[in-house]
Design a protein around this ligand. Sequence first.
Ligand SMILES: Nc1ncnc2c1ncn2[C@@H]1O[C@H](COP(=O)(O)OP(=O)(O)OP(=O)(O)O)[C@@H](O)[C@H]1O
Length: 254
Amino acid sequence: MSDLFRVDGLTKSFGGLAVSRAISLAMAPGERLALIGPNGAGKTTFVNLVTGQLRPNAGRVVLNGEDVTSLGAVRRVRKGLVRTFQVTRLFAEMTPREHVTLTVLQREGKATGIIGRFLGNHTVAEEVDDLLDVLGLVEKADRPVGEIAYGQQRLLEIAIALALKPQVLLLDEPAAGVPSSETPRIEQALARLPASLAVMMIEHDMDLVFRFARRVVVLAAGAIIFQGPPAEVAADARVREAYLGNYANARRVA
Ligand SMILES: Nc1ncnc2c1ncn2[C@@H]1O[C@H](COP(=O)(O)OP(=O)(O)OP(=O)(O)O)[C@@H](O)[C@H]1O
């Protein structure tokens, strides 16, 4: 299987603190990968390095065989490397349909000043409907975002990310801050993501991680300490010590 996306020796320090220690990782089209690790392990820093919010001290980011390390975040998005953030960045007064429509128009390079014309544009409207449907947001499509549940706001962020037509999608804690009553909705939506999309999810909810991912990568103190299928990761002594101890014990007792 050829790599869609790869990082080689990605390294970053903040002053004397080494936060990313020569991380190397590859993803194939359609992969479902979870990046886990304790608080401060360097997961968000890794995503920032991959997507161009941060520059590495050393190492490369390669997408479709092209070295994109010197490109800024916006150009990486145009090439298909897209992320969501831990905290939502939505406009409370705007509806989900407006958010997604604006994103599609932006992607297509249409001027927002003539948005009214394009809101009636059949192709754009159909694409927006499809995206809202994949994320289970059809019923709330025309409500102001400030009035919909937080879990649905998180799903809208994923819809916006998908509207950018990613090849690789990085989800930074999609269930963070979401009440447990709403996490099944997130799980259902994640199960409906396009099959060819490579998805990397950072998440602390281990039930969600183990159901979603086919491969789990464990980061501790800026380095990968283990990677493998969920069942093997949960059984690994180093991982239990670094991160999963409480989860594994809780499962044994349950
Ligand atoms: N801009 C920065 N300047 C200095 N230190 C930073 C900066 N960003 C992150 N750090 C430090 O780098 C380390 C890794 O942080 P990071 O946010 O990447 O971890 P994380 O694994 O995503 O943690 P969490 O699960 O809590 O979100 C932490 O010690 C953090 O304090």
